[in-house]
Design a protein around this ligand. Structure first.
Ligand SMILES: CC/C=C\C/C=C\C/C=C\C/C=C\CCC(=O)SCCNC(=O)CCNC(=O)[C@H](O)C(C)(C)COP(=O)(O)OP(=O)(O)OC[C@H]1O[C@@H](n2cnc3c(N)ncnc32)[C@H](O)[C@@H]1OP(=O)(O)O
Ligand SMILES: Cc1cc2nc3c(=O)[nH]c(=O)nc-3n(C[C@H](O)[C@H](O)[C@H](O)COP(=O)(O)OP(=O)(O)OC[C@H]3O[C@@H](n4cnc5c(N)ncnc54)[C@H](O)[C@@H]3O)c2cc1C
Length: 556
């Protein structure tokens, strides 16, 4: 995050000064924004940067215990520098959060500089090798030119020039949220690879006396656990490509001072980061549990995969908060649509009349047609966004201000943002396959994946579709069965579909997910290498177990 911030927020002179040092690893930096007391509420950050025109320096300070920077990756022991986000004060006025480059440690002996107290925040649930750290600033002075001034400036006499958009400071977070969508796709692909390969190797139970124990991948329940997640990994692969394309396009516009789509990008990246990381987080646990006891072993790779992925739901914007950000924009779009404004691409459906006639019992509609089903996802999203938006309007009519009305409707707003994200993902998956240049055989297999993703997505949220009369109960039942009917077809290619991710064993880090399937021998070898097995009799026997046993034996 240190380098992307410099690349996006530096003037050309600052780029020339700082970036070569980063690219050559002559300095190592972190992104120090979160504090002990604030991570979400950025306007509440307390670190200060007061400009001293006499020396043309900024004085950075951590005025309170809650203002200590807390969590930034590699801050504790590794980084020599940080981008520090602080409240900018000049000529007696506060101008809000701005980014500053601060050197933390000497480039000679790596010791913290004067005015800098820095260290590791202590052991965490995962990310063991990462020294997430704390930083306390004691009136630490930096040159004026260390404030990143691409968008806003402080002149030598202290005059402040404001940015074209205050939120441009938040640009790196948007970029990383887009990366996290990719990170979710990768993590779910890894978990699917481990679970499906192991399920092809593992044989368990005797269905009928005398018959060989079946592969657990042959059980419909095992397939129902794993194949929708496999399909989701493919869906997230295509959606991260689409998200990155939108990010790149909008970022190019921003670089040409066209800020018209910055809100749409913020809303989409926030919703997709939250949606994909929540779904992946839950999916990792389903994959682990589908591997039985061995899934719980470190040898499976799941404990580390989960412990290292799960903070994706928290960092770079806590997921609920980001869903609310996305929903806030959707509500605004409903208002714009009602006032006749044209809406941008990813939200244009909110101005369409997607109201459908209740299908009643036997609908005669083709419930296996993906284009038709995507229209139902659209209808569900539009209904939920309009419902939440109407809640906000009713709150305002009842005398609340906008903040109060948004807060009062926030549970529905999160549901609306989830439905919006889900529609975007399902639509993107189906549309991406249409554009894919692939053999008919491959198209057929990928169509099976897209179908099970779309069917299962409806099955798992059938309440949304039935409550709004988008589907009848019997139609929902039919779609649920369509998903189950697909499972044996996907079984045929399941192992090939995870092999296609091409994770090397060294990357997958899983005895269960080994490419050669040689699990049991390698589990035993792995166990023998466990530190506890260095000696047959563990040293603790002589200190504790031995005396205990001998003392009690003497009583026999
Ligand atoms: C292949 C890759 C694989 C894996 C890699 C993936 C990941 C690993 C990489 C890195 C991850 C490691 C560590 C994580 C690092 C961090 O966590 S850095 C710190 C992250 N912190 C946050 O994200 C803070 C979240 N909080 C916020 O963003 C804001 O506080 C808020 C938006 C929640 C609230 O802002 P407020 O100003 O208080 O409130 P608001 O009134 O809602 O917002 C004001 C207006 O600003 C707009 N806005 C907010 N954010 C943005 C943005 N980013 N871009 C554009 N616009 C934004 C908002 O929409 C409001 O606009 P209005 O027009 O409605 O007024
Ligand atoms: C592994 C890891 C690495 C990190 N790396 C970095 C880093 O490199 N740099 C950095 O600056 N930070 C980093 N962070 C910090 C991270 O960005 C924050 O933890 C994150 O932004 C969440 O903020 P918070 O911790 O204040 O949570 P909080 O916002 O306190 O969340 C707690 C609860 O409050 C709820 N909540 C908060 N606000 C609202 C609201 N307005 N409406 C409804 N509910 C709300 C949330 O939904 C959540 O349930 C890292 C964190 C972790 C775990």
């Amino acid at each position: 995050m240190f380098i992307p911030t410099l690349e996006r927020q530096c003037t050309s002179e600052q780029r020339e000064k700082f970036l070569p040092l980063c690219y050559d690893y002559r300095i190592i930096g972190t992104y120090a924004q979160t504090e002990l007391g604030h991570g979400t509420f950025l306007r509440g950050l307390e670190t200060t940067a007061h400009y001293d025109p006499n020396t043309q320096e900024f004085i950075l300070n951590s005025p309170t215990i809650s203002s200590i920077k807390w969590w930034p990756g590699a801050l504790g022991k590794t980084s020599t520098h940080a981008v520090v986000l602080a409240q900018l004060y000049t000529l007696g006025k506060c101008h809000g959060i701005h980014p500053f480059v601060v050197q933390l440690r000497s480039l000679d002996d790596h010791k913290p500089l004067r005015g800098i107290t820095v260290g590791d925040i202590g052991p965490k649930m995962g990310f063991g090798p990462n020294d997430n750290g704390y930083l306390k600033l004691h009136k630490h002075r930096i040159p004026r030119t260390n404030m990143l001034m691409k968008y806003s400036q402080v002149s030598p006499d202290g005059t402040y020039t404001k940015p074209p958009r205050s939120t441009l400071t938040y640009g790196t977070m948007t970029f990383v949220r887009v990366l996290i969508v990719h990170g979710s796709a990768i993590a779910l692909a890894k978990a699917s690879t481990i679970a499906i390969r192991y399920s092809a190797v593992r044989r368990q139970s005797e269905l009928r006396p005398g018959e060989p124990e079946p592969q657990i991948l042959s059980y419909p329940t095992q397939q129902h656990k794993l194949f929708p997640l496999l399909a989701t990994a493919y869906a997230f692969h295509f959606v991260q490509l689409a998200m990155m394309k939108i990010y790149t396009d909008v970022n190019d516009q921003i670089n040409n001072s066209n800020f018209s789509r910055i809100q749409e990008l913020h809303a989409l990246s926030s919703g997709l980061k939250a949606f994909t990381s929540w779904v992946t987080n839950a999916g990792l646990e389903v994959c682990r549990m589908s591997c039985g006891g061995h899934g719980y072993s470190q040898a499976s790779g799941f404990p580390r995969l989960y412990a290292d992925f799960t903070p994706s739901c928290t960092y770079e914007g806590e997921n609920t908060v980001l869903m609310l950000q996305s929903a806030r924009y959707l509500v605004k779009c409903v208002r714009d649509a009602r006032s006749g404004k044209t809406l941008p691409g990813t939200v244009s459906y909110l101005s369409e009349d997607v109201s459908a006639v209740h299908s009643g019992g036997s609908s005669g509609r083709d419930l296996s047609n993906l284009d038709f089903l995507i229209s139902l996802y659209k209808q569900r999203a539009s209904n939920q966004v309009h419902f939440a938006s109407d809640k906000v309007d009713r709150g305002i009519s009842a005398g609340m201000d906008l903040v109060g009305a948004l807060n009062s409707a926030s549970v529905h707003l999160v549901s609306a943002a989830k439905a919006h994200s889900h529609y975007f993902i399902a639509k993107t998956f189906v549309e991406s396959l249409k554009l894919l240049k692939a053999s008919s055989e491959l198209q057929n297999v990928l169509h099976q994946l897209a179908s099970v993703y779309v069917f299962e997505g409806i099955a798992q949220s059938s309440g949304d579709f039935i409550e709004d009369y988008i589907l009848s109960g019997s139609e929902a039942k039919t779609i649920r069965q369509l998903a189950v009917d697909l499972l044996p077809l996907i079984r045929v290619n399941a192992v090939s579909l995870v092999d296609a991710f091409s994770f090397r064993d060294e990357v997958l880090q899983s005895v269960l997910g080994r490419y050669d399937g040689n699990v049991y021998e390698n589990l035993f070898k792995w166990a023998q290498n466990s530190p506890l097995n260095k000696t047959d009799v563990h040293p603790s026997y002589h200190k504790y177990l031995g005396p205990l046993l001998k003392r009690n034996q003497s009583k026999l």
